[in-house]
Structures are given as C-alpha cells and as structure tokens.
Design a protein around this ligand. Structure first.
Ligand code: S3P
Length: 458
C-alpha cells in the first residue's frame, strides 16, 4: 500500500460508501506514537548513533524530532518504508536559538520539559492553539520541587513555557518523593526524565498505573529504576549511566482501535491488524470490546523491543450487554473513549463511563466534543463532569448532517466521526453519504495513512 504521508483536503482518499463484503484484509498498524516520541528523545541523550525502526511518521512525532534537532541531535530518515531513522545525540544539549514548537503534541512538550530541566539549557516551548490551552502546571510544579525553574503563561498554568537554567554550580537537580494527583504517563515521564539528572533518588507514586513505556525504555538503557506497584524509584545520577539502545517500535494500539471498532460493527468484516502493541497499560479498549461480545482474538503474540506485541483478528459480531467503566479502567483506554462511544451507539445495552475527567484536558474537551458532534447526528447522551451514559441500539441510524462536522482540532475526534460514517454507510447503504469534516487533515497528528487504509480495506 502506498503511503501518502501528508493528506491534504485535495488528495484525501474517498471514504467507501457501500461495503457489501465488510472490511477485509490485513493492515500493518503504524508505529506507536508514545514509543516513537520516546525513542527519539532517549536516543538524543547518548553520543553513539541509535537506529529506530518502525517510527511513526506523524506530525506529533515530527514536532519532537524538530525540537531535538534544535537541541543538537542529528536525526535522519534512512528508509521511509520501514520507518528506519538514525539518531546521533549529545550528552550535553545545546541552547536552542528559537522557540521549540511542539505543535499539537502534549507528549512532546511535557516530556521535553523534564529533559530540558535536566539538561539545564535555556528554552522556550510553545504549541498550537489546542496545546496552549492544556494544563502545564501539572509538570511545572513537580519540576520546581526538583529545583528546575520553568515558568508558564497565566500563573505557571499554560504554555508558552520558559526554562531559565540554574547556575553551573547548582546544576544537579534535587531528590523528590512525589505523589501524583492524576494518573498521567506524561507527568510521570517528565519527572523521571528530569530525575535522571538528580543527585538524590526520585520517587513517583501514581494514583493508578498509566502507560509504562518510559520505565521500560530507560531500564533497557541501563537506568537503575525500580517499580513496585504504582511506586517508581530512580536511583541518583542515572543520566550518565544511560547506554545506547536501538528501538523497534510496535504498532500503535490507539490507532488499531479505530479499525477494531470498524471491523466489529461492519457486517461481514474480517480484519487482521498486524504488529499491534499489547502493553497491558494500553489494551483497555480491546478488553472492553471483548466484554460486550466483539469477536476479537490475538494471534502471533510475541515480545518486540521489550513490549508485548501481537496480531489482532477482528470479525463482525453483535455487541450486547451493559458496559460500565470507572476510574481504575480509564488509563488503559484514555485515548480510546471517542471511538468506544461509536461502538456504544450500536450496543444492545448501555455504556456508562465515569472517572474520565482527564478527557476534558486532551487535544480537545473530548466529552464535550463528542456530545456536540454526535448531537448533530441525532444522538442524545448524558454528560457528567467525569463521564457519560450512552444508551445504544443495534439499529441506530444517524441523521446525515447538513453542514461539516467540527473536528475540534483533535485527530481522535476526526477519526471517530469518520468511523461512524463508514459504519453507518455499511449498515444502511440506502442512506449512504460521505459526511464533510471541518478538518480531515488533523489525522496527520497520529495516523497519516488513516483514510488511505480505510479505502484499501473496502
Ligand atoms: C501519552 C500519555 C497520555 C495519552 C497521550 C500520550 C504518553 O496522556 O493521552 O496521548 O505518550 O505518555 P496523559 O499522560 O496526560 O494521560
């Protein structure tokens, strides 16, 4: 399959209108976004060239790449087809001569804030209109306790943020024992990454386990890091112990999620999603779908680059039963709630989600965004501060919208609405029509080949 990496409104492949055979075929799932960011960042901390294979070529990952280049790393694409990149890092980063532009990427800004603090360089970081509305105080505050001087707009709450370096004699950061108020892998990672440059132990306690890619990858690079339940402890002065490690990036379960739901809802579908990351901190959607009867099975399970990986077979089946998800379940599907709502629309049962207030702080307020756009399609759902209730029905038919649906500057909103459109057309060919989206190109943030992949499966 050809990859047009930057879909524009002009070259966007058309969404299939009728799918009498359902979705059929195999998809090699593009690289994991979280691991792609981290592979570039961590490779930039050592002097020996590091090879990354399977890197996700998306706008968010390119934001990280571009920031790292400004900080002194040399990062080159060796082979686009396999996502093979070479990174030549530096133990001591240089001071960037311009603002570090993080685009739409929360992972870029938050993790890099930890690294910049540790590296002790002057830097200003900013992003797009969506990123600059997202909370940064959650990173600034613990980094301040480590001794870093990050400041941000509106009383240290928002980006742009600026880091003023410490005097050379106070370069080492302090120790820290920090209990995190929210389960956030980005905050946890920012603290651990700054902590690599602490002269004392750094301990982070999570309220609930969030994705642990940072811990796995730093351990693979030789950092002395211990995990006991939700307590992570990093020994002092680990930056200098880091050894180079080549990375093989598994496919992104958060991208596979859209195809899982499409395959489960479109009659006759039989899809094989290949090379999907199956880290237990990321498989919440898969388990939730299985719980309501989705025919999803795992094949070829293996370990790739320290992460569990497998091929995911999805067949059409009727979704039945009530599904209730509370705070403890949210971190493992925190990015998958918009697409879970689409499954919920067709459920013979009720989908009830609580403890998900973090969704309001993502690329958009995802609870409000989905309620608003689904509302335009004739769906009523009860929204709460931390979740929602959605009563599904197997014969659900959306009202075709008269005007373009808003995409809220949010890739996952655009993709969830597109999957709903595809499912609706497949299940109701008599009313099939392709809905206009305000900005379909926002999918470039995480899944540039999204539309092409859907077109190829028809
Ligand atoms: C990410 C962590 C999650 C997730 C985001 C990527 C990461 O955010 O929503 O898409 O790579 O660490 P939080 O850690 O803020 O929940």
């Amino acid at each position: 399959m050809m990859m047009s990496l930057t879909p524009t409104t002009e070259n966007l492949p058309l969404l299939p209108k009728a799918l009498p055979q359902g979705l059929q075929g195999e998809v090699l799932i593009p690289g994991d976004k979280s691991i792609s960011h981290r592979s570039l960042m961590f490779a930039s901390l050592v002097e020996t060239p590091v090879e990354v294979v399977g890197l996700l070529p998306s706008a968010d990952v390119f934001s990280t790449r571009d920031c790292l280049r400004q900080l002194g790393a040399t990062i080159t694409c060796e082979e686009a087809k396999t996502g093979r990149w070479l990174v030549q890092g530096k133990r001591q980063w240089q001071t960037p001569t311009d603002v570090l532009n993080c685009g739409n990427s929360g992972t870029t800004i938050r993790l890099m804030m930890g690294l910049v603090a540790g590296q002790n360089v002057y830097a200003v970081m900013s992003g797009d209109s969506s990123l600059n509305k997202r909370p940064m105080g959650r990173v600034i505050a613990p980094l301040a306790q480590l001794g870093a001087n990050w400041q941000g707009r509106e009383n240290n709450r928002l980006a742009p943020v600026v880091h003023v370096p410490r005097a050379e004699e106070n370069r080492a950061l302090a120790g820290l024992a920090y209990t995190m108020p929210v389960a956030s892998a980005q905050v946890k990672s920012a603290i651990l990454l700054a902590g690599l440059y602490s002269g004392q132990p750094v301990t982070v306690v999570e309220p609930l386990p969030s994705r642990d890619h940072t811990e796995r990858m730093l351990s693979a690079m030789g950092a002395n890091l211990t995990v006991e339940g939700t307590t992570i402890t990093l020994a002092p002065n680990q930056a200098k112990n880091l050894t180079p490690c080549n990375w093989l990036v598994p496919g992104d379960p958060s991208s596979a999620a859209f195809l899982m739901v499409a395959g489960a809802l479109i009659p006759n579908s039989n899809l094989l999603l290949k090379n999907v990351g199956l880290n237990p901190a990321r498989t919440g959607l898969l388990l939730a779908l299985q719980q309501i009867g989705a025919a999803i099975t795992l094949e070829n399970e293996r370990v790739v680059g320290g992460e569990p990986v497998g091929d995911v077979r999805v067949r059409y089946s009727e979704l039945k039963g009530n599904l209730t998800l509370a705070a403890a379940e949210i971190p493992a599907l925190v990015d998958e709630i918009p697409i879970l709502m689409i499954a919920g629309l067709y459920l013979q049962g009720t989908l009830h989600v609580s403890g998900a207030e973090e969704l309001r702080k993502k690329e958009s307020d995802r609870l409000l965004a989905m309620q608003t756009e689904l509302g335009k399609l004739g769906v009523t759902m009860d929204l709460f501060e931390d979740g929602f209730t959605l009563v599904g029905k197997p014969d659900f038919v959306a009202t075709n919208p008269a005007a373009p649906l808003a995409t809220w500057h949010d890739h996952r909103i655009a993709m969830a609405l597109t999957i709903l459109n595809l499912v609706q057309n497949a299940r109701n060919p008599e009313v099939a029509t392709v809905w206009a989206l305000e900005d379909p190109t926002i999918v470039n943030v995480s899944f540039p080949s999204f539309f092409e992949t859907l077109a190829g499966l028809a």
